[in-house]
Design a protein around this ligand. Structure first.
Ligand SMILES: [Zn+2]
Length: 115
């Protein structure tokens, strides 16, 4: 079973939210702290095709991956801060962002996509 999609009680979902948030925070931190890619820093992997356009695409991917991964992880962090479980007066759990029952569809989708 994927680590972020376990069916559990409200308390279990709280820890799933914390685990997923910790995961994306770590991804963002690693990508932010990584040395920017340059052809001379780690080289360029061997091409898988003889297409010059494919090679340009590969190099553009490596050159931008650090910033793009960091930005995408930041989006995930913001979404997780927005879609956070909140326990109501009577013990029911709902999303503090969209107010739907917890786990809300956004959190459930993030779990499926990132697991
Ligand atoms: Zn929500």
């Amino acid at each position: 079973m994927p680590p972020f999609t376990r069916s559990a009680s409200g308390r279990g979902h709280l820890s799933e939210h914390a685990r997923l948030l910790q995961y994306v925070l770590c991804v963002r931190e690693r990508s932010t702290r990584a040395v920017p890619w340059e052809p001379h820093t780690v080289g360029v992997p061997a091409p898988r095709s003889s297409s010059a356009l494919a090679r340009i695409n590969d190099v553009a991917f490596y050159a931008n991956a650090r910033e793009e991964v960091s930005a995408l992880a930041g989006v995930c962090v913001d979404l997780l801060y927005l879609h956070t479980p909140v326990t109501g007066e009577h013990g029911e759990c709902h999303c503090g962002g969209c107010l739907l029952a917890w786990p809300c569809p956004t959190f459930a989708r993030l779990c499926r996509l990132l697991a």
